[in-house]
Design a protein. Structure first.
Length: 214
């Protein structure tokens, strides 16, 4: 048996590796309950990390598949956008309107995500895209690239843009800030994120082992 986090990856495994579909099981990742009660950063955390009152946020490692170049270009093309905060296992520091915090402990990451105006994930490809769900659990708007795994995980609750399209990404970020969502949309986001639990991940993984044993 082969476990994958999304149907998108399962399809790729079957098509590219010539694996029988019945040998592949989707075991979606989960959202920790702490995300649903996360609160924006307080003054102490803002001062320690150099966070402005309003900011866009990218969470993750800075690798080639993450689409960082398009994100930086889109952000730079609209001076009215708030600063962009990049959080993940990389250097920290400030470069113009880009603030890098470096790696954050979970307790700080919860608050930094909860305080973001919008979370952006412009990846070329993803296996799952957990930051999308974590942001939705915090009632934070998400703008991400329109690739199979992110489209699947977002479930219609994020703004999707073509990968690498700088203009579309800039427009989506501008719109996300200009049009606050109504309460019904916020509730739908949280409900969608709540459907992804680590218990479900564990149960589907156990089911895969049981099927393999048979």
């Amino acid at each position: 048996m082969i476990c994958t986090p999304t149907k998108a990856v399962a399809t790729a495994v079957v098509e590219r590796l010539n694996v029988p579909a019945e040998r592949v099981m989707v075991t979606p990742l989960g959202v920790d309950p702490a995300w649903f009660t996360a609160r924006p950063p307080d003054d102490e955390l803002r001062a320690r990390l150099g966070l402005p009152s309003e900011y866009l946020l990218f969470v993750g490692a800075e690798g080639p598949r993450k689409g960082m170049d398009a994100m930086f270009k889109a952000h730079a093309s609209v001076p009215e956008l708030p600063p962009l905060v990049v959080t993940g296992p990389s250097r920290s520091g400030v470069d113009g309107r880009v603030i890098r915090t470096g790696y954050l402990a979970d307790v700080d990451l919860y608050r930094v995500v909860a305080g973001a105006a919008t979370v952006v994930l412009p990846s070329r490809d993803e296996g799952f895209g957990l930051p999308v769900l974590e942001a939705l659990a915090c009632n934070v708007p998400v703008v991400c690239s329109d690739v199979p795994a992110l489209r699947e995980v977002a479930g219609g609750q994020a703004t999707l843009v073509p990968y690498g399209d700088v203009d579309a990404l800039a427009d989506a970020l501008t719109t996300a800030l200009a049009d606050p969502p109504p309460p019904a949309v916020l509730a739908a986001r949280r409900a969608h994120a709540a459907g992804f639990t680590w218990r479900r991940c564990a149960e589907t993984t156990v089911a895969a082992y049981q099927r393999a044993a048979r």
